[in-house]
Design a protein around this ligand. Structure first.
Ligand code: SF4
Length: 267
């Protein structure tokens, strides 16, 4: 990985942080958002970190959250639609804002797998989009771990995105999948165990979400091709990054409060 890309990301964050508060960084505890969190903390060691977890996330993701939270001293705040806080989060003193499952339960009806098999958009909206709207309500700036090479839905993103009353910064937009693993290794950050699994046919997990909607894929596929396989949003987005999660109160975009010249680096 070019150190230029890392330096560029750090410069972008430094510029973004000069006049922009309150801010926070979202972390799904996949490889990319952990990288973004680590970079953001190098510039602002106290930046708040939050995570949207769901009842369908693999148990390994909860275990990894606990491990990384401790290792990086994140003091992460988890938002979660659920009946109760998962025991592993209680046992490890993780802060959780529990959100009512009433709407999700009502939409599920009596079929407990109904939404994520029959209406993935609604399931993602209720379990992910609604919680992140709450998580960013008090932030002006959100840092996340989107990368343009992950799949078709992220190809044309800009590093600075202003949507409603929220400015989003994508510091690792130009990192490749290899860059991410190299950055984590170089900084002694363990990776989620699902990335280490290789299946007999050569497939592996390359983008992680909820267990029912995450499948291993081949190396020649796009990273997000394993998400929501067989549904209408195969390889797509859950809605966290495509919905306006903090609508403008005045319906006018925020002024950019910082400017950064694009630098050259080796891709
Ligand atoms: S990723 Fe799947 S299980 Fe998770 S919220 Fe979306 S549809 Fe539901």
């Amino acid at each position: 990985m070019s150190t230029e890309k890392t330096q560029y990301a750090l410069n972008l964050l430094e510029s973004a942080f000069i006049n922009t508060k309150p801010r926070g960084v979202g972390c799904s505890f996949g490889k990319d958002s952990v990288t973004a969190v680590h970079l953001a903390r190098r510039i602002d060691p106290n930046i708040p970190v939050f995570s949207i977890m769901t009842i369908f996330k693999p148990k390994e993701t909860f275990e990894y959250l606990v491990e990384i939270n401790r290792l990086l001293n994140l003091d992460v705040l988890v938002y979660m639609v659920a009946e109760r806080v998962p025991q592993i989060l209680i046992d490890n003193g993780i802060k959780v804002e529990l959100l009512s499952p009433d709407n999700f339960r009502e939409a599920q009806g009596t079929h407990e797998n109904f939404l994520h098999t029959e209406d993935v958009d609604r399931c993602c909206h209720l379990l992910k989009v609604v919680p992140i709207q709450k998580a960013v309500a008090n932030y002006d700036v959100l840092i996340d771990g989107l990368r343009s090479s992950e799949g078709i839905t992220r190809q044309n993103l800009q590093e600075i995105e202003i949507t409603g009353d929220l400015t989003k910064i994508h510091p690792i937009l130009h990192f490749t999948e290899e860059d991410i693993f190299e950055y984590l290794k170089k900084n002694d950050i363990p990776i989620h165990p699902w990335y280490l699994k290789t299946f007999p046919d050569g497939k592996r997990y390359r983008s992680l979400g909820c267990a029912p909607c995450t499948r291993p894929i081949f190396d020649h596929e796009s990273e997000r091709d394993g998400r929501w396989q067989g549904s209408k949003k195969e390889g797509g987005e859950c809605g966290i990054h495509t919905n306006q999660i903090k609508p403008s109160k005045q319906n006018i975009p925020l002024q950019k409060t910082f400017v950064m010249e694009k630098q050259d680096y080796n891709c």
